[in-house]
Design a protein around this ligand. Sequence first.
Ligand code: NAP
Length: 300
Amino acid sequence: MVTPITGTTQNLGVMGWPIAHSLSPAMQNAAIAAAGVDAVYTAFAVEPAGLSLAVAGLRMLHFRGWNVTIPHKQAIMDALDEIDEDAAAIGAVNTVVNDGGRLKGYNTDVVGFLGGLSDAGFDPAEKNVVLLGAGGAARAVLWGLMKAHAMRVTLGVRHPEKAEALIESFAARASLLGTKLAACHWETETFRGAFSHADLVVNVTPLGMTPHVEDKPPIDWRDAKPDAFAYDIIYTPEETRFLHEAKALGHKTLNGEDMLVLQGAAAFELWFGQQADTAVMKEVLREQLAGTNLSGRVQD
Ligand code: NAP
């Protein structure tokens, strides 16, 4: 049963620019309804120049919390009172909790990424991993793999200097956690060597995402270990060409749907102190994806 909106209803939402394509309102309101929580979750289009004013406004309006998406994930950090360890390591916030006017920033993408992998039965501890891409999502994925004690992570990219800078920013933490990091162009022998030893290959580029479904990172699954696990954090289409080719050769595969749902569920738990119904969230997400013409980039 849907709880009526009254004077005591808690307010939440997602801020981004643009924001119209966000799937979070549908997912979060479904979880709110399933839990019978007295809350409502909406979307706010916040222009970059207005970010600090928007944050001050939400604080004054006693919003319980909100999600943060592109382009505000880094910039919002300066406007918050406290940043948790994951968000600090990644350098980006995707969830804010307002406790009595004190704003704390979190990053639940790590929980989402690792949760999906764990539910699929893959443990990254002591494993060789290849990450394709070195953008914003790669930071959360790399931090998750380090926390899970991956043995070695090699970033394969088209612009190695960007991946090297990313690795450099994680160097101290990587040496503490015992994960070896490397970066190279994905059309080199060094990369082919790393790929042939990988236990897990993760696509964190947008290559293959709707509408460019014929695209894929330049890898050939015939060169991979037979039991290498293929993980694409893209969730539209449901099966990218990267995953399709892996599956055809018998590799286990996972798309980005669980990561999206589980990062939302982790935010829900931070706001309400109770678990979200992830089955309901996933059902609503699938309905949204089926009913939407996703001609552009969708990201929460
Ligand atoms: P981003 O910051 O723009 O980074 C994209 C990465 O892919 C960069 O390393 C970029 O390389 C590379 N790349 C982009 N276009 C390329 C091309 N044509 N050829 C080769 N490399 C290319 O994006 P992001 O935020 O990390 O997101 C990446 C993907 O993850 C998106 O598809 C997004 O929807 C998905 N995602 C999913 C979830 C989830 O919950 N499932 C969460 C976050 C993101 P350059 O630096 O050389 O451009």
